[in-house]
Design a protein around this ligand. Sequence first.
Ligand SMILES: Cc1ncc(COP(=O)(O)O)c(C=O)c1O
Length: 408
Amino acid sequence: MTYDVTAVRACFPALREGAAHFDGPGGSQVPEAVAEAVAGALRAAVSNRGAETAAERRADGIVTEARRAMADLLGATPGGVVFGRSMTQLTYDMARALAKEWHPGDEVVVTTLDHDANIRPWTQAAEARGVTVRWADFDPESGELDVGAIANLLTERTRLVAVTAASNLLGTRPDIPAIAERVHGAGALLYVDGVHLTPHSLVDVGRLGADFYACSPYKFLGPHLGVLAADPGLLESVRPDKLLPSSDAVPERFELGTLPYELLAGTTAAVDFLAGLVPGEGTRRERLTGSMAALEEHERVMLDRLDAGLAEIAGVTSYGAASRRRTPTTLFSVGHVRPADAYRFLAERGVNAPASSFYALECSRRLGLGDTGALRAGIAPYTDESDVDRLLKGVHELAGEAVRPEPA
Ligand SMILES: Cc1ncc(COP(=O)(O)O)c(C=O)c1O
């Protein structure tokens, strides 16, 4: 089914402000249906979850629906879907809970490709328990993180491997199923950061082999919160710190305090929106399968246009664009222009392509970009050719200015 980007764009009120948005990897724009769902939950009578009053039942229904929606999106089990404030918060909480069972001399593996949210919670929990941290390194030339880079570090003391399903800086997509096989072979758990993959590709946590899979709806057209999916049986074996009167059931055991019902309603609406990106029949999971395939194809075409255009501009350096499999995300710099200046130059022309290391600090340093990073352009469901051409025009002008000789 063809992807109608004009029809998709019409659903996003924010696009009427006129900017070309390449800032999706930092947070996507939101369709009207999501905003409506959030507002609708706030306008209706909502109480704490329960069964006595209509308000209690509404809150309960919102939570149940959101777990179902996320399970459909991720190929997960609704009873294993945990909601939290952000992926960072959920990962810190899980690291602290899992670390209770770690012993001095145990080992965890993290990677230099990852966002800091899938590094520091593990290294800090490891430090607190006398656990050794091993670092798997990616190849800064190709942007690839080879399976062997992780497999070579596994020992019988490895308790957990934390790895990203897609780099938010380079777009690189490590071979998670192959990594999972090796990690499980060593008797360790695999914690996958799916924040940057989930907006771009249909996820199946079972097929990936992730024991834990974390993502953030605000990256895939939804509201600002985080989601962690895991097998309910595995979650049963983990004992997080919690209040005495709060539920000890799974997944509620991991959800501290009252859930943000309005954001959960928005999350369900975001998943429904993704499922309807192209017309389709069947269950929501089946419709998601069709629409995410169409989206992937659309984003690939936009990325190819962007990469080809950037390759033609003298002075542009692209990083990691050689990687075998990547999300539609491009990191680049323009001559010797400071990334912050390039970002401002483009912003003044209505093109939002921020420059930073975007919290993928180790990755940026490994690329030789220090803590400053470079410009990042992310393709989103609403990106069209005119957006890409506006970005290329801006970069062209910038490159021209960068090489223009100083007036005598
Ligand atoms: C790859 C990746 N992981 C983790 C995070 C952190 O997500 P959150 O803001 O939900 O904590 C981000 C945010 O940019 C990200 O891009």
